[in-house]
Write a protein that binds this ligand. Structure first.
Ligand code: TXA
Ligand code: MG
Length: 345
């Protein structure tokens, strides 16, 4: 497919009754028709926009990999409308069910043993014996309910690039490859889901994300084992150079140098902030939830502003700060590789 995608504006996920207006019902029907025909539809979730396909249709799923330029070995998350639908594809133990009941719909992905009778295509799970499942909030969930089956959906960005939190980001990166973009405005959470593996062993954190690790541990009653980046790529989204803007990024910046743009956090500005090529403050009040919601949008803007470098102020490492710092570290990694002379900041 090529050319400009059709974009349909639907009610925002923050509205009182998310996607149930008459206009939305029509949009959902159109989206279902595209999914049923094996085409790709960009869908708004509470975390980031997803690039959705029928998870049981291998050809449709292959289109996702092609559009994103994504390595085949990197498995995709399946999105369900309910725990009941998810249970048709993954084997839930008591802990998994407890987490699903506590946090779905919401920004939590569970990696579970895949049911042998699940029709989800092997390409989705990259042939692993496990499956990543989540129930998203907002219009995406209504779409899945209308489609009546799980959709595979990675973030709707080119592989290795910043995830989209607005429909315009999707149109800019993948416009030629999607049949339809459902536009519900900016995503509320703004960073991808937290991924937890529960496959018999101790619960493991595969990716920090939009749900605080502390909240998950409180419900589980146990600490999550941290799978360190580089140890073993279990969630290939953990590859070091993920989420990279094209402009190099300098972490923990306490000053702004000539030619730099500033990614700020909190009320206090660093030295030289007045000379920044562009300034985006993730949260002037120092609120980590607001900062997460603004992160990718700010990176998209700073990346496009023509600065030589993006200086990122330090962000506290608790709550959603863990996911923010994770994404910033990955964004900074590409810069070190492509600019061997650059320091380890
Ligand atoms: O918030 C999100 O999770 C968004 C929205 C669209 O739902 N999706 C998203 O998908 O971030 P993606 O494909 O960009 O990242 C999915 C991550 C990848 O790192 C992948 O390796 C991991 O989930 N994953 C999926 N299935 C897995 C499995 N069976 N075992 C281990 N990791 C898995
Ligand atoms: Mg992604």
């Amino acid at each position: 497919m090529s050319g400009r995608p059709k974009i349909i504006r639907i009610s925002s996920p923050d509205g009182p009754s998310p996607a149930r207006g008459a206009g939305n019902v029509e949009a959902m029907a159109e989206a279902c028709a595209h999914l049923g025909a094996g085409e790709l539809v960009a869908i708004p979730t509470e975390t980031v926009y997803g690039l959705a396909a029928d998870a049981a249709n291998g050809k449709a799923v292959a289109r996702i990999f092609k559009a994103k330029g994504r390595p085949r070995f990197n498995p995709l998350i399946c999105h369900a409308d309910s725990l009941a639908m998810a249970e048709r594809h993954g084997i839930f133990d008591e802990r998994a069910r407890r987490l699903a009941k506590a946090f779905w719909p919401g920004p939590l992905t569970l990696v579970l043993p895949k049911r042998p009778d699940s029709p989800v295509h092997d390409l989705v799970t990259a042939g692993l014996g496990t499956i990543g499942l989540r129930v998203p909030a907002g219009p995406a969930r209504d779409l899945i309910a209308a489609f009546k089956r799980v959709v595979a959906a990675p973030s709707a960005n080119l592989s290795g690039r910043i995830s989209p939190t607005r429909a315009e980001h999707v149109a800019a990166q993948l416009g030629g490859d999607v049949a339809l973009i459902l536009d519900a405005g900016p995503c509320q959470v703004g960073v991808e889901s937290t991924i937890v593996a529960l496959d018999g062993r101790r619960a493991r954190l595969l990716r920090p994300g939009g749900l605080e690790v502390e909240a998950i541990e409180a419900v589980l009653g146990e600490k999550l084992e941290r799978v360190a980046t580089g140890d073993k790529v279990e969630a290939p989204g953990m590859l070091a150079s993920h989420y990279a803007p094209q402009t190099p990024l300098r972490l923990d910046a306490t000053d702004v140098r000539p030619g730099e743009a500033l990614l700020a956090f909190g009320p206090d500005m660093p030295k030289g902030a007045g000379t920044a090529v562009m300034l985006r403050n993730l949260s002037p009040a120092g609120d980590l939830t607001q900062a997460a919601a603004n992160l990718f949008g700010a990176l998209h803007e700073l990346d496009a502003c023509g600065a030589e470098m993006i200086a990122a102020m330090p962000i506290p490492d608790h709550g959603l700060g863990e996911a923010i710092n994770d994404r910033l570290r990955r964004a900074a990694t590409l810069d070190e590789k492509s600019r061997p002379a650059a320091g380890k900041h």
